[in-house]
Write a protein that binds this ligand. Structure first.
Ligand code: DC
Length: 231
């Protein structure tokens, strides 16, 4: 059976994984998995149903029955529908990111979401972004990329993003939040945020998104992976 190619892009929050993965999937004409959006959708469901983040049975039930649909058109942002409603805006809220990071610590929740992520691996190929794409979900990926940047640099980027949206941010508070999220994602027992042994680590602190993209393209060319031109 022919193996469907996968490129994984892992790393901490605010490192540019989403943008890099999306540029790569556009370039290759491959599918895109934003696995963080699945954890965030579960977090939104938790918030909407007032479930307790300590009630594992309920969280697992919610995770298993999550009515989630992704609608993607190449070159445009993926639309995420939860219970039939477009929730892109809600998913980006800090509250969702924080609850996502809290429920993502629970092994039973991760197990309940595993197959849903694997199912994204369809022809002609997949670019998957998250924390454990290369270490757990797609261990046989053809290329594993791990992006990193200092918490200070990521807080600066987030501050700029918020400012562009007309939202006031506090750079010190953002750095603190990012640090707390990193610690939770990195120190959990199951699927901690670490580069896979065979991942290529890129420190993006002093690189533009275009420079990161070019480095990835070089890896793809070297690996002989081909873009899908029939689209
Ligand atoms: O990438 P993100 O910020 O959208 O992810 C939100 C949270 O979801 C993150 O803090 C940890 C969790 N997550 C995870 O544990 N594993 C993944 N593959 C993706 C996200």
């Amino acid at each position: 059976m022919k193996t469907i190619p996968v490129i994984t892009v892992d790393g901490p929050s605010g490192v540019g994984k989403g943008t890099t993965a999306s540029l790569l999937s556009n370039h290759l004409g491959w599918h895109l998995l934003d696995s963080g959006a699945i954890y965030r959708a579960l977090a939104l469901k938790v918030l909407n149903t007032d479930a307790e983040t300590s009630d594992i049975d309920t969280l697992v039930e919610l995770a298993k029955n999550l009515e989630l649909r992704f609608e993607s058109i190449i070159g445009e942002p993926t639309l995420v529908y939860l219970d039939g409603e477009c929730v892109n805006h809600d998913l980006r809220q800090e509250s969702c990111g924080n609850i996502a990071s809290i429920v993502a610590v629970i092994p039973e929740v991760r197990a309940a979401l595993l197959q849903r992520q694997k199912d994204f691996r369809v022809e002609p190929g997949l670019v998957a972004d998250g924390r454990d794409m290369g270490t757990v979900v797609f261990t046989d990926a053809q290329i594993k990329i791990y992006l990193t940047a200092s918490a200070k640099e990521r807080a600066k980027r987030r501050y700029k993003q918020l400012k562009n949206k007309g939202v006031d941010g506090n750079i010190r508070a953002l750095e603190k939040e990012i640090g707390a999220r990193d610690a939770r994602d990195s120190n959990r027992k199951v699927s901690p945020l670490v580069p896979a042994d065979d991942a290529i680590v890129i420190d993006t602190s002093d690189l533009s998104i275009n420079e990161v993209f070019q480095l990835c393209i070089e890896m793809i060319d070297k690996a002989g992976l081909k873009a899908n031109l029939e689209r």
